[in-house]
Design a protein around this ligand. Structure first.
Ligand SMILES: Nc1nc2c(ncn2[C@@H]2O[C@H](COP(=O)(O)OP(=O)(O)OP(=O)(O)O)[C@@H](O)[C@H]2O)c(=O)[nH]1
Length: 339
């Protein structure tokens, strides 16, 4: 147990769709995180969905908009962390722990750098633990295609293997071997659907004195680490959509372009009381989740794609060609977000 007045920061990072939000949603149910914990979520583009899902559990959830936390959004992070300090005078409202969920392609190094080198932040906060979720099913593929994952694993204190329930023993063993090669000192844990104790993810006293040098942070100066082939597009639908027709359209799209559709996420109005949460990671569409109620006042469907090599306009054309069958009007909210 660390004895300090500094506030611990837990950073949850990991590849697109590896289970960061699922993990965080479960953790926020723990009594120790119900009060006085602030959650900072960073997502691609201007349309974030994860913070809607988290908001129900924790009202102090902030979405950092306008770019990735590790490239063009570090000042926002700094300001957000500083703003929590102003709540310290009120014991009940004071924030005593921060959890940051980064985008799926974030390089955690610049985030650590921001917190570890700003004198004010350094005085009030410490990095308790860098937790990296790794999708056991897609992990080897992610490792091959996403250099960001390697950087995440390098700085990880704890790796949480997710989706072990849908992976084979061989997939898991090969992945563990590979992870140990990259970061031999890292603790590797498992969590199916985010089922893990927060205590297991906490750091130990040694992290309190962690410095930039100790963390061997790579690529501090990189402004933007993304490959230019990665783009995103988001849509909004104003009326409920036909879920069966949508499923057909999406299956055909993934069948044709699965490798190039890195991620699809949606909060969809299908004419029921609450929305459906849609989650796809490359070829895999996870079982959709029905929410009882909408997390926000506004009940419009949102759909976000993160793409590699395939043009966002192709998705738009394909979706619009299907519009009649979906029974709703489609607007493009954001196209070609600079990732
Ligand atoms: N079977 C299975 N599915 C999981 C597990 N963990 C997460 N998922 C599913 O994986 C999908 C993606 O999970 P998220 O938690 O949204 O992933 P994320 O890392 O937050 O995604 P981004 O924010 O887009 O990077 C969802 O459908 C989850 O229900 C797990 O342990 N087992």
């Amino acid at each position: 147990m660390i004895k300090t007045n500094k506030k611990p920061i837990t950073i949850i990072t990991g590849c697109l769709g590896s289970g960061k939000t699922t993990l965080l949603r479960e953790l926020l149910k723990e009594p120790q995180l119900q009060n006085n914990t602030a959650v900072i979520v960073n997502e691609f583009g201007k349309v974030g969905l994860d913070h809607h899902l988290l908001k129900k559990a924790d009202e102090k959830t902030t979405l950092l908009k306008g770019g990735c936390i590790c490239c063009n959004n570090r000042e926002d992070l700094e300001n957000e962390l500083k703003s929590f300090l102003s709540m310290d005078h009120n014991k009940e409202a004071a924030i005593n722990r921060i959890v940051i969920e980064t985008t799926g392609m974030a390089d955690p190094a610049p985030i650590l750098f921001t917190i570890l080198t700003n004198p004010l932040l350094q005085h009030h906060y410490y990095i308790d633990s860098v937790v990296v979720t790794v999708d056991t099913k897609n992990g080897m593929l992610h490792m091959k295609n996403n250099p960001e994952l390697i950087k995440q694993v390098i700085v990880a204190d704890k790796i949480v293997l997710t989706k072990t329930d849908i992976s084979t023993t061989t997939e898991k063993e090969m992945l563990i071997q590979q992870l140990k090669r990259i970061n031999p000192s890292c603790e590797i844990l498992e969590a199916v659907h985010g089922n893990i104790d927060f205590d297991d993810l906490k750091g130990d006293y040694r992290q309190l004195s962690r410095t930039v040098a100790e963390k061997e942070i790579p690529d501090l100066e990189s402004k933007n680490h993304y490959s230019s082939t990665i783009q995103s597009i988001s849509f909004t639908f104003h009326n409920p959509l036909d879920w069966t027709a949508f499923g057909l359209w999406l299956s055909a799209l993934l069948h044709a372009n699965g490798e190039d559709i890195l991620r699809v996420k949606g909060l969809l109005d299908v004419g029921e009381e609450g929305p459906i949460v849609l989650n796809g990671v490359q070829h895999i569409i996870h079982p959709p989740e029905h929410l009882d109620t909408w997390p926000e006042e506004e009940h419009h469907s949102h759909l976000v794609f993160i793409l590699r090599t395939i043009q966002p306009s192709e998705i738009e054309r394909s979706l619009k060609a299907f519009q009649y069958f979906l029974g709703t009007n489609i607007d493009v909210l954001e196209l070609n977000a600079a990732l």
